[in-house]
Design a protein around this ligand. Structure first.
Ligand SMILES: Nc1nc2c(ncn2[C@@H]2O[C@H](COP(=O)(O)OP(=O)(O)O)[C@@H](O)[C@H]2O)c(=O)[nH]1
Ligand SMILES: [Mg+2]
Length: 253
């Protein structure tokens, strides 16, 4: 009798979702095809952040086809709380050596890249960032203003808070060794992240920087042209919050 083949690795995909009913089915189908059908085990944790477009219904539909779990916010709480709730739930489900991945739920990030990111975690890194600032990376369909903004943020963070191996501090697409998430967001613990909006992604890295985690990057192709509808980021607010984060981590925390 043949020994049941052990899945190669468990990947826990965490999706912060605010009005992503249109993009989610494409993204989940790609995750199924590129990861679950390639011998990886895994689950998907969708955190619905008070969507009004039926995002929760799409998640429920897919839970009959894939190991999808829905976490719901009755009202919109912002990316900060959404990503923290997703990471905490994934940390609860995962074993210490499993991989927890966060990516946008708007189908602009490709799940196929998770395979390479998981291998880097297996190779000893604690965090792998899908980066816009590595040879081979591409950004398709993003406005010049947004590209410039992200690039300036990247330079500022690298100068003020250098982390070996990190250039893209604001990308939402990352893989973490589960143990790092479990230590940073302990079960039953108080809220960790202070940033409510997009600056929360950089805040996570600044907190991990203090723990001396090993970080590397892989080049990503950001397909902003695949995003249904327009970007929801409030540019002015995000610039302000990011600058405040830069100052606070330097002088206060
Ligand atoms: N804009 C926005 N996105 C949120 C919120 N909560 C969760 N998200 C999700 O956070 C991710 C990043 O947001 P997105 O609009 O894709 O940002 P962008 O692609 O950089 O413009 C997406 O998966 C959103 O669905 C929120 O309150 N506002
Ligand atoms: Mg996005």
């Amino acid at each position: 009798m043949t020994e049941a083949r052990q899945p190669r690795m468990q990947v826990f995909l965490t999706l912060p979702a605010y009005n992503e009913a249109e993009a989610l089915p494409r993204l989940l189908a790609a995750f199924e095809h590129d990861i679950l059908r390639q011998g990886y085990g895994g689950r998907v944790v969708i955190v619905d952040d008070g969507s009004t477009d039926g995002t929760a219904g799409v998640a429920r539909e897919w839970s009959s086809r894939l190991p999808v779990e829905l976490v719901q916010h009755r009202e919109n709480r912002g990316l900060g709380e959404t990503i923290e709730d997703g990471l905490r739930r994934a940390g609860e489900l995962a074993g210490a050596d499993d991989v927890i991945v966060t990516m946008d739920a708007d189908d602009t990030h490709s799940p196929a890249l998770i395979r390479e990111m998981a291998q880097r975690i297996n190779g000893g890194y604690d965090v792998v960032i899908a980066s816009r600032y590595r040879p081979g990376a591409q950004v398709v369909g993003l406005s010049a203003l947004r590209r410039l903004m992200s690039f300036c943020a990247s330079i500022l963070f690298q100068v003020l808070y250098p982390i070996p191996g990190a250039r893209d501090y604001t990308s939402g697409f990352r893989a973490y060794r589960a143990a790092v998430v479990q230590e940073t967001f302990p079960q039953g613990g108080a809220r960790v992240l202070r940033e409510k909006g997009f600056a929360s992604m950089a805040e996570i890295l600044l907190r991990l920087r203090r723990r001396g985690v090993r970080i590397c990057e892989v080049p990503m192709i950001l397909r902003y042209d695949r995003k249904p509808g327009t970007g929801k980021m409030k540019i002015g607010a995000t610039v302000g919050k990011t600058l405040a984060l830069l100052a606070r981590h330097r002088f206060v925390e």
